[in-house]
Design a protein around this ligand. Structure first.
Ligand SMILES: *Cc1c(COP(=O)(O)O)cnc(C)c1O
Length: 394
């Protein structure tokens, strides 16, 4: 879409911008308009015939969503993309734009809850079935791919267990089997990990998380190869999951600070993970950049940092975990993540409570597992808060 004008992530995230209007504004203005005027009857005809490109109607495109997509294509190393009203509409639209009745999907078992609902309960109504595979049994993945398998779907690191999938390995497998690889890159953002560099065909985001990073809006994006975005765009244009210009404007502004935010999230997360690992009240810590983490070697290969999420298992199971949450003085108890504010979740009793105990254990969710989305507050204050809650939850 955009010429490769800049060499560095930070410059692209700040300087890729919608062309200035006649007012010569410095910062990109907000284009709150549902439609756009045509120069004349012939221009209208040519736009509708797709002989020329340009804005017609905000359900199709708008300067604010176009700017956001142009930036993210540069940052994710992808050719084209679509901005959607939520992360889930990005998941739904990308899959429904690509599959037909009779198709099959292979998915990692550890995926976002609503994505699992689409695979388990919605797609089967349209004749599309899904086989789940486990991160710790890579030998199963190739045999799960059948004649009619269209998509292989993963998240890495997984939520909330923080297991890592080797992107180079899965990218090579999908190329060999001619299967479309979709990666939900929400936990990393393109600053930490670029799945397209390892062979991902489609990269999706809940932009609600790190891309906004300040807990203000719900949004999603679908990015990928031109020829795959084409059928997804057809689906999006006609079914209307479009992102509002206002929210696109907010997220495009947020991308200007993504690199500095992600560096600090990761620095704080690494320090918190190291502290937790030394605590006698903690059974297990998962953070991809801890040298003794099972995902460490692969994470080092494909991620710039360990990201901002730390999961740990507190000794004492569900009861102790709930006491720990109640002992926190200022961390936010919320299911959201990727915020400047540190947020804490107990998956067993909230986000993953609909799963059976066995299903939870299969994706690494022990009863005492607590997920921390480490914020940008001072790390010393973060550690003091965790330390007092560990003491006061005994
Ligand atoms: C939050 C999230 C989603 C869903 O995004 P929404 O913006 O809430 O619709 C999808 N995938 C992952 C990994 C998420 O964390």
């Amino acid at each position: 879409m955009v010429e490769d004008m800049f060499e560095h992530f930070e410059t692209e995230a700040i300087r890729i911008q919608t062309k200035r209007t006649g007012e010569k504004e410095h910062s990109t203005p907000l284009f709150l308009t549902s439609s756009f005027v045509f120069d004349d009857a012939e221009h209208a005809r040519a736009l509708f015939a797709e002989e020329v490109t340009g804005n017609q109607y905000t359900r199709f495109s708008n300067p604010n969503t176009t700017e956001l997509i142009e930036k993210l294509c540069a940052l994710e190393h992808t050719e084209d993309g679509i901005a959607t009203a939520s992360g889930m509409s990005a998941v739904f639209t990308s899959i429904f734009g690509l599959v037909k009745s009779g198709d099959h999907i292979v998915s990692a078992r550890a995926i976002f809850g609503s994505t699992h609902q689409i695979f388990a309960n919605i797609l089967p109504r349209f004749g599309v079935t899904t086989t789940y595979v486990d991160m710790d049994k890579p030998e199963d993945w190739e045999s799960a791919i059948k004649e009619n398998t269209k998509i292989l779907y993963i998240e890495t690191p997984s939520n909330p267990g923080l297991d890592i999938v080797d992107l180079e390995w899965v990218g090579t497998l999908c190329k060999k089997k001619k299967v479309i690889l979709i990666v939900d890159n929400c936990f990393c953002s393109p600053y930490v990990q670029r799945p397209a560099d390892f062979g991902a065909d489609i990269v999706i985001h809940s932009a609600t998380k790190y891309l906004d990073g300040q807990g203000r809006v719900i949004a999603g994006v679908i990015l990928g190869k031109k020829e795959l975005i084409q059928p997804i765009r057809y689906m999006a244009r006609n079914t209307g999951p479009s992102l509002s210009p206002m929210n696109a404007w907010i997220i495009s502004k947020s991308l200007e600070t993504l690199a500095v935010r992600m560096d600090r999230h990761a620095e704080n997360a690494m320090k918190l993970a190291t502290f937790l690992q030394e605590s006698a009240d903690v059974e297990l810590v998962r953070y991809p950049f801890l040298p003794n983490d099972p995902g460490y070697a692969v994470a080092k290969k494909q991620m710039r940092s360990g990201g901002g999420i730390v999961s740990f298992v507190i000794k004492g199971g569900v009861e102790r975990a709930k006491k720990f949450l109640d002992a926190l003085k200022w961390f936010s108890l919320t299911a959201n993540l990727g915020d400047t504010r540190t947020t804490v979740t107990h998956p067993t009793t909230t986000t993953h409570s609909k799963l059976t105990e066995e299903e939870r254990l299969a994706v690494g969710i022990k009863p005492g597992l607590i997920r921390v989305s480490v914020g940008l507050e001072h790390i010393d204050d973060i550690i003091v808060e965790v330390k007092q809650a560990l003491v006061n939850s005994k």
